[in-house]
Ligand binder design. Sequence first.
Ligand code: FMN
Length: 285
Amino acid sequence: MKFDNVLTRMLGVQYPIIQGAFGWPGTGTSQIAVPVSEAGGLGILTTICYKNPEVFAEDIKRAKSMTDKPFAVNFTLMKDTKYDNAYHEEFVKITMEEGIRTVFTSAYDGSFIGRRFKEKGCNWIHKCATIEHAVSISKKGVDAVVIVGLEGTGYKNPNQNTTLINMTMGRRLIRVPLIAAGGIGDARGFVAALAMGAVGIYMGTSFMATKEFNVPDKLKEKIVGQEILDAEFRRKIYRMEHGGQHSLAAGVVTSIKSVKQYIEEMVQEASEIMSEFKQWGMVEG
Ligand SMILES: Cc1cc2nc3c(=O)[nH]c(=O)nc-3n(C[C@H](O)[C@H](O)[C@H](O)COP(=O)(O)O)c2cc1C
C-alpha cells in the first residue's frame, strides 16, 4: 500500500512514521536514525544525546555516508536547564552546514531555532505535550506539530490529554498538520492515528525495543515482556512525575525486531486492517 500524504511529501519519506528524539547519552544517534530512514521512515539525531558539538558533527557525517535517505535533527529545549537556545547554537550551525532539510524542536518554545531554519527553506516541526502549546506554536510558522499524549513517556503535564483527544480536538483548533505521539506501537495504533486526523506517527518506546537501539538488552526485554494487566503499568498514564523509561506502547510491542522488520510488518498489517474496512463495506473501493 502506498502512503502518500502531506507529511511523506514534506519529509521526502515512504511512510509517515517518525522515530522520536532520544536524549539519553549515545542513544539518539545515527545507530537508530539511519535504519529508520533506510526502512522508509524518518530517523532523528538528538543533539542533547551527544557529548559535544564535535561528536555530533562526526555523527551527522557518518549518517550521511550510510544513507541517501532524509533524516532530521532534534533540538530539545528545557526551561531552567543548560539546554537553552545558547546551548544549541553550535549544533544549529553544524546542522545548517550539513544541509539537513528537516528539524524538530521539542519541549520548550522552539521558535527562535525553528524560524532560522525556515528562513533557509527547511521544514520545522515542533513537539509538545499540550493542546495549548500546540495552538500557540502553530501560529509561529511551524510546518507541523507533534503532540504527545498521556500514554507517552517523559514528564507529564497536568494539562496533557490522551492521544485521541489531542488529535480529534487538535484538528478543530490547529491549522497545521498534526502528528500523533504517545502510546503508539503497533499497526492498530498507526491506523487509528491516521483515522483521528494525524498525518503521521512519532514513536519512542517502540524504537527503543529494536535490535539497533543502543541500550542494554534487559531494557528492551522489559518493554517486550511488559504485562498489560500489571496495575503498576496501567498507573503510568495518571502519574504526573516522569512516566518511566517506557510508555504504554510497551503493551503492544511484543518482540525485539530489527527496525526494518518492525516497520515493514507495521506497514503490512496497517494495509491489511485498512483492506478489512473495505471488505466490511466500511470504506468504498
Ligand atoms: C529513552 C527516551 C529518551 C527520550 N528523550 C527525549 C528527548 O531528549 N527529547 C524529546 O523531545 N523527547 C524525548 N523522548 C520522548 C520521545 O521522543 C517521544 O516523544 C515519546 O517516546 C513518545 O511516546 P512513546 O514512547 O509512547 O512512543 C524520549 C523517550 C525515550 C523513551
